[in-house]
Design a protein around this ligand. Structure first.
Ligand code: XMP
Length: 317
């Protein structure tokens, strides 16, 4: 019978034998898979594992700082890279969803390549690829944000000439979570909702600007915190707020407002391939709506997405 403990023991022994004293680079995303892969490798080869965590400026509010802190606390050899401006400048004027994904993927490769270069004599690239990633290597909307899927984009960056090590590539998601738990990863990381590689960029319809990102981060944080307070976060498979660049009329005190809208999305799913919208309690939705409209400048209307997948997708872009 499969147990996380046996898996951890065999995998660490295998990694030690395979990697010896070699240096390995790994891009951490804050997600479950890359975090568990990093911890396993860290147990096997210690500081020869060089983790890189890129702030693309498209993460949730305070997420970069909180996750980086958590990784340091776990003892990982990690370097945080602030690349916010680099990503934002490449997104200027881009409103097509696929072009946004491409721009973000391209900048990520550039930033990661620069960083991987700085690790002398690095021999391996580690990835948190899990078994379903291999079977569904191309998602409905195009390649996911894994590094490998960009293999045939022009000339290969240097880090792609590295040998690839994927310690989780035989596991399903629930097994990855169990392995993570047995390695001492906290619920803060293990229990986290899926979050797309292109981040908030595909939750802002149309062009992304720093101002819209800031507004969405505030609204999203209110939403997620309320789900946690109501004990609903762990019951929902994935939730997030979406910025709708649609102005509508409202009234605030004696003033007429003409501001943008926020859509709230929460779904139940097993694997993200199909999904049902969650029947969140009205009182919770009411509190979230009030709080967003009262606290987030630039938003005067909140709507709830009651579409299931298919035919809608989970993300709006
Ligand atoms: P959709 O919107 O296709 O999303 O129903 C299904 C799951 O995939 C995530 N998603 C992405 N993840 N890069 C990613 O890493 C992407 O470009 C991307 N697009 C969608 C989405 O958040 C959901 O969990």
């Amino acid at each position: 019978e499969w147990t996380p403990y046996a898996f951890v023991e065999t995998t660490i022994a295998d990694l030690k034998a395979k990697l010896g004293n070699d240096k390995v680079v790994l891009a951490l995303s804050g997600g479950v898979d890359s975090s568990v892969a990093a911890l396993l490798l860290h147990k096997a080869i210690g500081t020869n594992l060089h983790c890189i965590f890129v702030d693309n400026g498209l993460l949730r509010k305070n997420e970069y700082e909180a996750v980086l802190e958590q990784y340091k606390h776990l003892g990982l050899n990690i370097k945080g890279v602030d690349a916010k401006e680099r990503f934002l400048s490449q997104l200027a004027g881009v409103s097509d969803p696929e072009l946004k994904r491409k721009a973000i993927g391209r900048v990520f490769i550039e930033v990661f390549d620069d960083e991987a270069h700085q690790v002398q004599d690095v021999k391996w690239l580690a990835q948190g690829t899990i078994y379903p990633d291999i079977i569904e290597s191309v998602s409905v909307k195009g390649p996911s944000a894994t590094i490998k899927s960009h293999h045939n984009v022009g000339g290969l960056p240097d880090f792609m000439k590295l040998q690839v090590v994927e310690p989780l590539n035989t596991l399903f998601k629930d097994e990855v979570r169990r392995v993570g738990t047995s390695l001492g990863l906290e619920h803060f990381i293990i229990g986290r909702h899926p979050f797309p590689g292109p981040g908030l960029a595909i939750r802002i319809l149309g062009e992304v600007t720093a101002e819209k990102v800031a507004i969405l981060q505030e609204a999203d944080a209110i939403y997620i915190n309320n789900l946690k307070e109501a004990g609903l976060y762990d019951k929902v498979w994935q939730a997030g707020a979406i910025f709708l660049p649609v102005q509508s009329v409202g009234v605030m005190g004696d003033e007429r407002t003409y501001e943008n809208a926020i859509a709230l999305r929460a779904v139940e799913s097993v694997d993200g391939m199909t999904a049902d919208w969650c029947h969140l309690p009205y009182n919770v939705l009411a509190k979230i709506s009030n709080e967003i409209i009262n606290k987030v400048k630039g938003i005067n209307r909140v709507v709830y997405d009651i579409s299931s997948k298919p035919p809608a997708t989970i993300e709006w872009e």
